[in-house]
Write a protein that binds this ligand. Structure first.
Ligand code: RUQ
Ligand code: CUA
Length: 676
């Protein structure tokens, strides 16, 4: 503990050793209970949370040390089998989560799909998966990345370096656009933790319509929109990298960068960035447009877990939006790769005056979740490696010159607090990764109580197992619904039929509609298990009345060059020595052309319109030998261009079972030998 934090690459710690070191740290923390002398990092004058936990609490299920090691980097831990967990239930509240055939869910949920790179639409409370929306990778079912329009979306957002290309992404944190502090149903934004990207889904069509590759950023982890009116979309850089990252200056980790980026929600252009000290993790914003927050770890600027967790403190960073905008306006920035980068590091000149661009609030080391409660009064940083949640008064933070003074509460909630969510009755709910529980606590009680007190905790419910995110319905608005909560559990272990060594995750639905102080769970009742494909991270849930998608396409939204193709307009036109244009309508149960003939080597530009205006009648168009796979919804037009490289007969078929004559819905492409 007295060595300098290791930063060189020849000092990669042995995982065993890291685990042992964490054990020693836990021992030290326990010793502090008897002897509450200041922490090893005396530069920060912050009260230590009380740590009167017993040793056996830390090693619950014999696995906590492994879990702590896993936690250091936001990944799953090595865990014991957790068989002691069971639902102890609570007072029965509204258990009507079953949605009968023909009825619809009350809420739309949007789930990130992790390294599947997609977003999933899930009905709540039934938890039925309604649709998958491909975002960061090509997908066959809806032809995403196959037609020119969606191909372009992927390509424009795909310049992530010659190594990765745009093969896949790691979607983590879906956030909904807001108007007046409420979800407005216009867009959903999602980050790519795999590279520094942010995507936008147009909720009129539930289709990804833009991806931005954020310069100066590797790994965009946190994601938020500025409340109350989506003034900005924030992408939060996690990994620190050299800028430029071209191999010229790679071995000075003190000069690696991580940035907080603000995008314009309309144009998806990066407006500005703030360079900060340490890594960034999760983000949220205040409710008045003035502040954004991000947790962070690795203030040590290390490159390995040992160094990253060396000190006892890290920071919650508070971004002062008007001050940042003023700095940009005044030209107080460095332009890097086309983006104004404001210096928000601790020793920056811009942080010296009365109106610093970034305030660094000291917290226990490696805080994780960053969540602002519905009234916008407090921001919480969930402890991860500390059993506490740090509660910061935003107004006080704005006025104080010592950010530590704005810490007004630090309830001790349990082991491995990762994320916090809220209801409309002043309760907060925090996932406990190591304890495999959700803890419920009272926000105002936490502010009243001594720091480190367990008194504000009003109940705990077991979940199965090792929860990461959790989300209460409409929790990010100023008026949450307060009826359902979903715990997104990283491991499912014994909860489902085995499918071999790779298990699904387990999303559990918890009824939170009642407060019951007499019950152990505080009224929370776990009502259902739902397996999910690897690996959702987070979700956001809105009332269905706030989303109003189209049933068919509006023709005026079509942006391609070619017009809407009617049956009469179907035809083929030679546009050059080796190029042809083919235009086709599709409807039940025929294409506008029964056959068409091109020459070997022709560049074929194919435009297809679905002329139906009936909801849910989708036609596909596939020419498998040429890799063509379009999905065309009613009133939509899609295009694709390919080279007819080999002569022969190729059947063009419809991929959606659209009518009794679906199998007959075909066209015949004849590719004539060029000199035949
Ligand atoms: S952050 S599990 Cu990687 Cu979504 Cu907390
Ligand atoms: Cu159109 Cu099948």
């Amino acid at each position: 503990m007295t060595d300098d934090p290791p930063t060189g690459q020849d000092n990669v710690p042995d995982p065993e050793e890291v685990v042992q070191r964490h054990e020693r740290q836990l021992d030290a923390a326990l010793a502090e209970v008897e002897d509450p002398t200041p922490s090893t990092d005396e530069s920060l004058d912050l009260e230590l949370p009380g740590l009167e936990l017993h040793r056996r609490d830390f090693v619950k299920a014999g696995a906590a040390t492994g879990a702590v090691a896993g936690l250091a980097g936001c990944s799953g831990g090595l865990l014991g089998d957790g068989a002691e967990n069971g639902n102890d239930g609570g007072g029965s509240a509204n258990t009507d989560y079953h949605v009968p055939p023909g009825e619809k869910d009350t809420y739309y949920g949007f789930w990130s799909g992790g390294h599947s790179g997609e977003v999933r639409v899930v009905g709540v409370p039934s938890m039925r998966e309604i649709r998958r929306i491909p975002v960061f990778q090509k997908e066959g079912g809806v032809g995403y990345g196959h037609d020119e329009k969606t191909k372009q979306v992927l390509e424009e957002g795909g310049d992530v370096g010659s190594v990765a290309g745009h093969e896949w992404g790691d979607s983590h944190h879906p956030v909904l656009s807001e108007t007046d502090g409420d979800y407005d149903g216009r867009w959903l934004f999602i980050n790519d933790k795999g590279s520094g990207r942010v995507a936008r889904i147009d909720l009129k069509y539930f289709e990804t319509d833009a991806i931005t590759d954020i310069p100066n950023m590797q790994a965009c982890h946190g994601m938020a929109v500025q409340s109350p009116d989506t003034e900005y979309v924030y992408g939060v850089g996690e990994f620190r990298v050299p800028i430029p990252n071209d191999g010229t200056d790679y071995d000075d980790p003190d000069d690696y960068w991580s940035v907080f980026a603000a995008l314009d929600p309309e144009t998806m252009a990066v407006e500005w960035q703030v360079r900060i000290d340490g890594n960034l993790d999760n983000a949220d914003t205040g409710k008045d447009g003035e502040w954004a927050f991000a947790t962070g770890y690795n203030k040590e600027h290390a490159v390995g877990p040992q160094g990253m967790t060396h000190d006892d403190r890290d920071f919650l960073k508070a971004f002062n939006i008007p001050a940042i905008e003023a700095a940009v306006e005044a030209g107080n920035y460095e332009e890097v790769n086309g983006v104004p980068v404001v210096d928000g590091r601790q020793d920056s000149d811009l942080n010296r005056g009365d109106d610093p661009v970034v305030k660094y609030v000291p917290t226990p080391k490696s805080p994780h979740g960053c969540d602002v409660e519905p009234e916008g009064r407090y921001v919480t940083a969930s402890g991860k490696l500390s059993p506490t949640v740090t509660v910061v008064d935003i107004e006080e933070l704005a006025s104080t010159s010592d950010p530590a003074e704005a810490i007004v509460g630090q309830p001790k909630v349990g082991l491995g607090p990762l994320h916090t969510t809220f209801d409309d009755r002043g309760n907060a709910y925090t996932t406990l990764f190591i304890d495999s529980q959700v803890a419920k606590w009272d926000i105002e009680d936490a502010v009243e109580a001594e720091k480190g007190s367990t008194d504000p905790v009003t109940g705990k419910v077991d979940v199965h197992y090792n929860p990461g995110h959790l989300q209460a319905v409409e929790s990010e608005t100023t008026d949450p619904a307060g009826d359902w909560l979903i715990s997104l559990n990283k491991l499912s272990k014994d909860r489902f039929l085995s499918t071999g060594p790779i298990h699904p995750d387990n999303d559990q639905l918890i009824d939170i509609s009642e407060d019951a102080s007499s019950s152990e769970t505080g009224g929370m009742e776990l009502v259902a298990d739902h397996p999910v494909h690897p690996e959702p991270h987070d979700c956001v849930v809105t009332h269905r009345d706030k989303i109003d998608p189209n049933d068919v396409w509006d023709r005026e939204d079509y942006e391609g060059e070619k017009p809407f193709v009617t049956q009469d307009a179907s035809g083929i036109e030679r546009t050059g020595e080796q190029s042809v244009e083919v235009q086709m309508s599709s409807s039940r149960s025929q294409f506008g052309l029964q056959e068409f003939t091109v020459q070997e080597g022709d560049e074929v530009s194919l435009t297809v319109t679905n002329v139906e205006d009936v909801r849910d009648i989708i036609h596909g168009l596939a020419i498998p030998q040429y890799g063509i796979n379009l999905a065309i919804a009613p009133q939509d037009t899609r295009q694709v261009t390919f080279e007819a490289s080999e002569s022969g007969v190729y059947w063009v078929y419809c991929t959606f079972f659209c009518s009794a004559l679906h199998l007959e819905m075909r066209s015949r492409m004849i590719v004539e030998p060029r000199d035949g």
